[in-house]
Ligand binder design. Structure first.
Ligand code: UDP
Ligand code: MG
Length: 326
């Protein structure tokens, strides 16, 4: 009798949270819910929770989330006070989920829920961070793919902490990783770099990323460029070093050239010549200076934002209640 009681405690359902930030995804939500319910019902050995984070959507997506929650209490939601961006929305979700592990995924079904059982298997084997690797990147313009390859090459070679390409935010994190990420309260988050920075035992799983089921992508070129700069400046201080080195090389060159001009003037006299050289050198130096200032400014801006020490986000509602309300 006592023995079976012990076994009961051991078999206590583990809680799995699905964390899904969404922003103007009204068209996909119904499909997403269907797929999630199917997944959860098929694997009822776990105690599921779906945490939907409304990142300030301007459509009425939240309405269908509310209705879903009324029907199925496994669905929970957080309503942020405005659009904070996906990275912050994920942090908000991590603050509120209760699972022993958390699976982060996109709302647009580019991350097929059917991969989750595989992730859970790896988690049960003792891995803390199981990330899904894209086998194909779905439909994507050629230029975007090339740029992304170049970008990761630069990022990779500028820092000791690896950041992997073809890995998005589709991953399972053990409670221990979630707690670690929640402690990192910086407001300008580059989560991809953070996952590798925290360490823990990692494992990859391959999956085929489909194209977005409905709605449109929220990333345009400028947003992506912003994220790319964000990634570099929050992950490495290499650009600062590069600008120092370039500055050093250029001033060394200038010094040697000055010697040459000086000696030449002594030996051959000084007819008025060399206007093009002066212009070229001036423009070049001016360019290098502006670039270095820009790099410094980029980091200074980050310091400015972080020293304000504001809370990263504000919440309007959690599961239909005001935050803190019983
Ligand atoms: N997203 C968000 N806040 C934003 C932009 C996007 O929460 O400001 C969500 C979006 O709803 C989706 C996920 O982040 O669930 C990925 O966005 P998207 O599909 O537009 O990016 P892509 O797959 O094109 O990289
Ligand atoms: Mg997408």
């Amino acid at each position: 009798m006592e023995k079976s009681l012990g076994a009961d405690v051991v078999n206590k359902h583990k809680k799995v949270s699905l964390l899904i930030p969404f922003y103007n995804e009204r068209e996909v939500l119904p499909q997403l819910f269907d797929r999630l319910v199917a997944l959860m019902d098929a694997h009822d050995a776990y105690d599921w929770e779906v945490m939907l984070v409304n990142d300030g959507s301007t459509d009425d997506g939240l309405l269908s989330v509310r209705m879903m929650r009324e029907r199925d209490s496994r669905f929970r939601f957080i309503d942020l006070s405005r659009n904070f961006g996906k990275e912050i929305a994920m942090l908000a979700g991590m603050d509120y989920v209760m699972g022993d592990c958390v699976v982060i995924m996109d709302a647009d079904l580019q991350h097929p829920p059917e991969v989750i059982p595989q992730m859970l298997e790896a988690w049960e084997q003792g891995y803390d961070d199981v990330y899904a690797k894209r086998r194909v990147r779905g439909k994507e313009p050629w230029i975007r793919r090339k740029l992304s390859m170049l970008y990761y090459h630069i990022l990779q070679s500028s820092s000791k902490v690896p950041v992997l390409r073809n890995i998005g935010d589709f991953r399972l994190l053990d409670r221990i990783c979630v707690n670690a990420l929640c402690q990192m309260r910086e407001t300008q988050r580059y989560t991809k770099g953070m996952y590798s920075w925290i360490g823990f035992r990692k494992k990859d799983i391959e999956f085929d990323q489909g194209s977005r089921v409905a709605g449109t992508t929220k990333w345009n070129f400028f947003k992506l460029l912003g994220l790319a700069i964000e990634g570099i400046t929050s992950h490495t201080t290499m650009p600062l070093r590069i600008s120092s080195v370039v500055g050093l090389i250029v001033s060394l060159g200038a010094f040697i050239y000055a010697l040459y001009v000086f000696i030449k003037a002594l030996v051959c006299g000084d007819p008025v010549q060399g206007f093009p050289t002066i212009i070229i050198v001036m423009l070049f130096l001016g360019g290098v200076q502006l670039l270095s200032l820009g790099v410094i400014g980029e980091y200074l801006g980050r310091i400015f934002n972080e020293t304000k020490n504001r809370p990263p986000y504000f919440v309007r509602e959690v599961d239909g209640k005001k935050p803190g309300e019983k």
